[in-house]
Design a protein around this ligand. Sequence first.
Ligand code: HEM
Ligand SMILES: Nc1nc2c(c(=O)[nH]1)N[C@H]1C(S)=C(S)[C@@H](COP(=O)(O)O)O[C@H]1N2
Ligand SMILES: [Mo]
Length: 395
Amino acid sequence: MAVRLRWPEPPPAVRRWLPEPGEPIAPPATSSKLHDDRIAARLGIALAVTFTVCFLTGLWSHVQQDPPTWLAIPARPAGLYRITQGVHVITGLAAIPLLLAKLWAVWPRFVQWPPFRTVREALWRAALLPLVGGSLFLLGTGTANIAGWYPWKFDFRKAHFAASWLTMGGLLIHVAAVAGITAAALRRSLKEDDATDGRLSRRGFLGVVGAAAGVVTVTTAGATVRPLRALSVLATRDPGSGPQGVPVNRSAADAGTRGVDLGAYRLRVEGRVATPLVLTYDEVLAMSTRTASLPITCVEGWSASADWRGVPLRDLLRRAGAEPGAEVVLSSLEQRGAYRTSKVGQDHAADADTLLATHLDGQPLDPDHGFPLRLIAPNRPGVLQTKWVTTVEVR
Ligand code: HEM
Ligand SMILES: Nc1nc2c(c(=O)[nH]1)N[C@H]1C(S)=C(S)[C@@H](COP(=O)(O)O)O[C@H]1N2
Ligand SMILES: [Mo]
């Protein structure tokens, strides 16, 4: 049996602004019909679905970059990460109008008197803090990240990752607490008592919110869904823009890798190998090559396909006599920068399409795409597709 807590009665002037827990919102707080369980329930379900999709695709992105020892990241299907990260960003952006509408629908309920009467109620009301705070934080930081705007000092990935657990924890408690009210609200028709008296009806409101989510989806999805490119007015990237028709995040000028001196350039394969290799650019070009059609997929959600030609990494490893299954780390000519090195897992190292590419769509790589040599591999976040590669270290 739940323990009932006693609260003092506030002064009447305050009291009239505070609804009873679970009561319909008291008229002084607001008289709008939109502050309604039926609306809150429908938006809540849409948010639970979009957030769960974001959480799962986000976790997938996380383990790609920081794989736990027990998980081997597969190189196939080649376009998997393009789909999961595209879905992550598109779904997250679509959740923005849903969240704003939900907050609008329930805001009069944030205050109530008494604040809680049972421990159970205290717990679920406390869970609103990580749920609401975390949601706003995730959608805010995510949007700023894809816009290339970092007004903060913290590490985006760590903060966004931690906030996603807090938010999903809050969501779980919330769903458990409101499941009954939600089920009841869904059984009631939206039409019931929905006369508009000149104002927006409940169905009208949900229609507008749904349309807003749809517009956000259609105008941002073109960053990865080619047929939607023309409508892509809100996307941060056009997948067909940039040198050789492929976007660039960090240019050779930014990385300090413009005008590489090919006379001095060497590709080294070193570490735990039988025969370390030191190859000139021409020696790399003389090796047998392979062409693979693969997408570049930025963690920011945009992606673009191209035909890449180059030397399969596994051929280089074999030639150097590396043990199969060894850990491989690539490094770039770039001196500083978060993405100057990347690990290549076993499955990717063994895949024929994991290339040290010299050519993009039949042309030598543009400096911005990693000339003289860049990694391109199937099913891999852009941040791990190292450009201006100069060493392959076997550990
Ligand atoms: C507007 C909405 C959102 C946008 C634009 C967005 C954007 C992003 C981006 C760009 C990344 C990749 C970061 C990187 O690897 O450098 C990311 C990762 C991630 N996102 Fe989101 N996100 C949004 C909402 C959400 C939501 C609602 C959740 C969870 C419920 C979530 C959970 C995650 C997780 C777990 C990761 C992986 C973090 C890591 O690599 O450690 N995101 N998100
Ligand atoms: N050395 C190095 N490689 C890098 C980067 C970088 O900053 N430095 N950026 C990465 C990122 S974030 C992406 S999305 C891809 C983009 O490749 P592209 O510029 O050829 O399209 O390159 C990756 N390779
Ligand atoms: Mo990227």
